[in-house]
Design a protein around this ligand. Structure first.
Ligand SMILES: [Zn+2]
Length: 259
């Protein structure tokens, strides 16, 4: 074992920082799942958290990966998923964010993030955050002028400090609402209550994936948040993926005229 590997965060037998599903998918849709996993590199142990805390929404977006995988299959769309917990490094936070390695998340103290040194942070960035985003950037570069619509798949907790959240699904965006203006009405057609930038909007100070891969490239995009109590099982996640795929397919040709 050379010095580089000895100091590495991920050991050779651990899963990679990024997973790509259906890279040659023919759809214009390009899917991301920033908070797909609650896995923690072996070297960091449990980050000082209980099993229940590591299974909770502070560590990942429960249900989002199942929904994204099903959507990828339904649309024949490429999907990029991050391989490790957002508590190790949050792949949807800007590089200067204090929440990149959150010392407290959802009111829970994360002991393993109490004293993250510059070297620790650099390793988490270079081994987890950067490979995930480099993979997305390389795949988007390779599409060249092929029409692309970016959907970033997340899930949100049914209740937080702001009280109960009435929307089973929400569409979020920042400066560019082109795709949202089509997708929100399409999702509402069957009477579904759809959040419009609720409970979160996308911004360059709180988000990374949409600002970098969507806004900067001029690719129409949305961040899709599904409420976690609606996608607890793979079957329920599949059902929501089906609803989202149906709505997307109804507006895809219109959306592609934006590109
Ligand atoms: Zn998320």
């Amino acid at each position: 074992m050379d010095d580089l590997r000895k100091n590495a965060l991920l050991q050779q037998d651990e899963p990679p920082a990024v997973e790509v599903v259906n890279p040659d998918g023919k759809s214009a849709a390009f899917l991301l799942c920033d908070h797909a996993s609650n896995r923690i590199p072996r070297k960091l142990g449990t980050l000082g958290l209980s099993e229940a805390e590591r299974a909770d929404h502070i560590a990942w977006d429960p249900g989002a990966a199942n929904m994204a995988r099903r959507l990828s299959a339904l649309l024949d769309a490429p999907l990029v998923l991050s391989g490790y917990s957002r508590l190790v490094i949050d792949c949807n936070r800007p590089l200067d964010s204090t929440q990149l390695t959150a010392p407290v998340s959802g009111g829970v103290i994360v002991p393993g993030n109490a004293c993250v040194t510059d070297a620790d942070r650099a390793a988490r960035l270079s081994e987890l955050h950067q490979p995930y985003h480099d993979t997305i950037a390389d795949m988007l570069d390779a599409r060249n002028r092929r029409p692309t619509l970016l959907l970033s798949i997340h899930s949100f907790t049914p209740e937080l400090d702001d009280g109960p959240r009435p929307w089973p699904i929400s569409i979020a965006y920042g400066e560019d609402d082109r795709l949202a203006r089509l997708l929100i009405p399409a999702l509402r057609e069957d009477g579904t209550v759809v959040g419009d930038n609720q409970p979160y909007a996308v911004s360059a100070w709180s988000d990374y994936s949409i600002p970098v891969h969507g806004e900067r490239r001029g690719i129409p995009h949305v961040l899709v948040e599904t409420r976690q109590d609606g996608i607890r099982t793979p079957e329920a996640a599949s059902a929501w993926a089906g609803r989202l795929a149906d709505a997307y397919l109804r507006i895809e040709s219109q959306a592609l005229r934006l590109t």
